[in-house]
Design a protein. Structure first.
Length: 65
């Protein structure tokens, strides 16, 4: 499945992952589900749910500095 993953305020990734969950997408871009929320159409989705869309937004909850 081809999915566009936008990390809010940062980069956008074009991924191709067979039958992914949202956690699989996060692993592909080296992010932990503990530090982000995955949003689909402005609503959060559980990371263990199968991906059923071609575009998601990832919002960082914690950012070091």
């Amino acid at each position: 499945m081809d999915v566009t993953v936008e990390v809010a305020g940062e980069e956008t990734h074009e991924l191709s992952v067979p039958d992914p969950t949202y956690a699989d997408l996060l692993a592909e871009i080296d992010l932990s589900p503990h530090e982000v929320s995955v949003m689909v159409e402005g609503r959060p989705v559980p990371e263990d749910q199968p991906v059923e869309t071609d575009r998601v937004t990832v919002v960082r909850l914690i950012k070091g500095g």
